[in-house]
Design a protein around this ligand. Sequence first.
Ligand code: TEU
Ligand code: CA
Length: 543
Amino acid sequence: MEKKWWQSSVVYQIYPRSFMDSNNDGIGDIIGIISKLNYLAKLGIDVIWLSPVYRSPMCDNGYDISDYRDIAPEYGTMDDMERLIKEAGLLNIKIIMDLVVNHTSDEHPWFLESKKSRDNPYRDYYIWRDPLEDGQVPNDLSSIFGGPAWTYDETTKQYYFHLFASKQPDLNWENKKVQEEIYDMMNYWLDKGIGGFRMDVIDLIAKEVDLKITDNGPRLHSLLKEMNTATFGGRDVLTVGETWGATPEIAKLYSDPKRDELSMVFQFEHITLDWDDVYGKFKPKPLDLLELKKVLSKWQTQLTDDGWNSLFWNNHDLPRIVSKRGDEGILRVESAKMLATLLHFLKGTPYIYQGEEIGMTNVKYDSLEDYDDIETHNFYKENIKNGFSHDDMMKAIWENGRDNARTPIQWDLTDNAGFSSHTPWLKVNSNYRTINVAAALSDDSSIFYHYKRLIALRKEMDLIVYGDFRLLLEEDPNIFAYIRSDSQNQLLVVCNVTGHDIPFSLPTSISPLRATSLITNYNSRLLKDVKNLRPYEAFAYIL
Ligand code: TEU
Ligand code: CA
């Protein structure tokens, strides 16, 4: 397999609204990001995935775009954006843009035209259907944000289709003109020198609503091939698709280099293991650690040369990993480092979500009003109707709500965590006086420096990027251990995924005698002396 720059890269996701506010209006912005580029360079990342900064009414914080070729005024100007690309470039950091093309905002000029009349030239840019005879919705498809996927429009007496909020009408990808408009827009951004795209819910674009197929529609991969040819195909960029419905087989269709589609996809099997089959993340169930281990290692062994993995615990839709799979209390630092170690030595491209590198935690607002997220509010209403209690819903929101990831970055211990001198759009987590970037930077043993070291090791050792993966201690629910190997070296990674002391014995096939320690979250020992693992202990040795 030909080597690619994005295979040895580490990506850092920025959610602009919450990163850094430069003009003190309480909202993060592009100039704020520019002011923190040196911090990111110090961490050592290669790529920024920038969540949407396009013009938008912000019903879903920018995932509802009303102009793909302009910047939201609260985030800055096109000049700011070009400056960001340029200044990041000077630090060898590429910017990848969020490509949200399953839907637009209902305030996009295309939709404003489309809804004017049934014979408007833009009518077919979206998906319109007649009501059933009794006036009912065309079918029973539902929105991912709750409620029906159809909204009635009085002017033309038809329903339009939306897999997310009613303010996010789905584009009709069967229309050639839609395809051409999107490809033009992608080239517009590529010409500005961006490093690629993260493609929002890309597995939904080939939907066939009349057949009630929403993800992985029959024409999906031919569409992506066409997109590749029309846009980024000839350029050396990173493309990553968000694909909730991907299995390893499907992931290979996207990421097999021979197929000319995408670089890689985000799969979510390790994320949804503790979601309820019917109510999803708002009715979480206990996690079986052995299952988590099986899923992570399955993806490692099934995507080898004919595909590429992305590696992530977090993004702007998911709860903070240290709260979810570690300990946000007394063992916060140890557990955050363990989770980082476990992930960063796997084969694939690691993604760090802003704040993860300092171990930011979930937030627990007492009042529903303090939450901003549209998904949280919609599901609160819907589930209360379905008989959930207020307390159960609040508990589920505290555990899995999207605002956990969206609280402002905690830069220091001054007011509003140094994010802004104005009250921020979403309340800062009250633990900011102890958990913040300034504190992390001034402590050699902080989570930040552990991430920095993991990133640096990836640059030094090809084995971490390309080595084969082999799971050890397969049936052990408490220990996640694996070997990465190439023709010259072997790397052993051992993680205690629990908060308890766990007895440990090395598989007899491995000799500890020449092992040299690479990284640990406690003090290092000779491998042959390790007879137990301390709570959340994680280490790696070169054998
Ligand atoms: O997310 C797609 C998606 O289906 C889930 O993230 C969903 O929001 C939910 O968390 C599952 O329970 C993408 C974006 O990442 C998200 O922020 C957007 O709201 C969504 O698409 C619509 O663009
Ligand atoms: Ca601002």
